[in-house]
Write a protein that binds this ligand. Sequence first.
Ligand code: SF4
Ligand code: SF4
Length: 235
Amino acid sequence: MPIHEKNLIEEDRILEKEKAELEGRDVSGQWNTFIEQRILSEYEPEIFQEIYSRPEGRTINRCWQCGTCTSGCCMHTDFGLREFNPRYFIYLARIGDEEELKKQKDVIWRCLACNKCVERCPKDVRVEEVVHAIDSYMRKKGWAPDNPASRWDDEYLRNVMKSGILDEISLLRNYIRDEKIEEFDTHYMMKMAVKLLKTGRMRTGPVRHRTKGWKRIRKVAEEILEKDGYELTKG
Ligand code: SF4
Ligand code: SF4
């Protein structure tokens, strides 16, 4: 049985004595017993079809709504952003609920790309990729504005497309400049940079080499980006 949102539960049909909470969670086992009837009048099948047709959205149809991704999601649990609910995003995309999806516009982009959900999913859904596919679909439709995460992705892509190799320092520099980030924990960043340099995960100086055959690969990458309706705005 799929998990339903709490706001669809007829609370008044649950006896007071049956309510039980543990660390703020309803453990009565009753909260999903009675579901309010509702009719989806705004069903939009194109939403699922378009997300499913994207390479990163390809596994959306495997989801059986168990909620394992959400219960372990760093943003949902560690950072306490309860509205960030990957299971629910997938649910809305699958049933094509445009209105509810639009309400997620300020939340859905906050995925940390930690991939914990992917590790935990019993159905091999690439949850992190699917969440990004839903987010980028929403931006493409104009339902959600550009956000810091999408601008980071854009900057990352522009950077990689130059030579086929990521230049981390210019990526960070450009992002900080364009986002006009003034408050910056320099001490923390320096410590992290030293660690990355020591382990060879970050290079210094300009990128001197390119990916072998990059001109040819770049052409293919550009064709794919164009097919996805993506425009490289600069770089
Ligand atoms: S863990 Fe996997 S199957 Fe379960 S709700 Fe999340 S995406 Fe769906
Ligand atoms: S990748 Fe995103 S959705 Fe998945 S656990 Fe991390 S923050 Fe949550």
